[in-house]
Design a protein around this ligand. Structure first.
Ligand code: FE
Length: 214
């Protein structure tokens, strides 16, 4: 299963040193589990492939784009996000009780899990490292405006910032504001504008397609 992690070997960014330590431990654990017959390496590969290619923020982006172009879908999403997201075929572990929160000029929503790293896997894939970090989890609650500024998101002072604390019971999806000047775009083109971070609330949506992947 080395192929799933090969891209990490090309990073010479020293910020990855902690992750490398973690990866070593994961590999050691995996080796022991496989040798003892507790896990099937093929099943593990399939699981990792699922979360690297099939399940990821592209799913949430389709939900957001649909909500932007279809007012009825938007209403269903805000009323019962789990059901509305399942309409597009996304459901399963860590996404059983979804709540969609919509950004407006008056209110910006940002999501955290202060306790650990609860995150809506079916629509966003696996959480980014910073989402799981202690500084993000503690600071975004105390100083959301300051943390957002560090992400490059500077909101007008009159925009209220609402922080949503995820739990094992409820996971949140932020519906970002649709950028101006996108009236001519198709639903698929709109989805290409929506980044993972925009659906966590730590980014805004611009008019440039985002790059997906590692
Ligand atoms: Fe958590």
């Amino acid at each position: 299963m080395a192929h799933a992690r090969d891209d990490h070997d090309h990073h010479d960014d020293h910020d990855h040193s902690a992750l490398d330590e973690t990866e070593l431990r994961v590999r050691a654990l995996e080796t022991v589990l496989v040798q003892k017959g507790y896990v099937d390496p093929a099943a593990l590969d399939a699981l990792i492939d699922t979360y690297t290619t099939r399940i990821g923020p592209q799913n949430g982006a389709r939900v957001v784009a649909r909500a932007w172009v279809d007012p009825d879908y938007r209403a269903r999403l805000l009323a019962d996000a789990t059901a509305a997201i399942a309409e597009l075929g996304y459901s399963g572990r860590q996404g059983e009780h979804m709540v969609a929160v919509e950004n407006t000029p008056a209110r910006h929503n940002v999501v955290v899990c202060t306790l650990c790293s609860c995150y809506p896997w079916p629509v966003l894939g696996l959480p980014p490292t910073w989402y799981k970090s202690a500084p993000y989890r503690s600071r975004v609650v105390r100083d959301p405006r300051g943390v957002l500024a560090e992400f490059g998101v500077v909101l007008p002072p009159e925009t209220e910032i609402r922080v949503w604390d995820s739990t094992a019971e409820v996971r949140y999806l932020v519906i970002p504001q649709r950028p101006a000047g996108t009236a001519a775009l198709s639903e698929a083109q709109l989805a290409d504008l929506v980044s993972r971070d925009a659906m966590i609330g730590t980014a805004l949506v611009g008019t440039t397609p985002v790059r997906r992947g590692a």
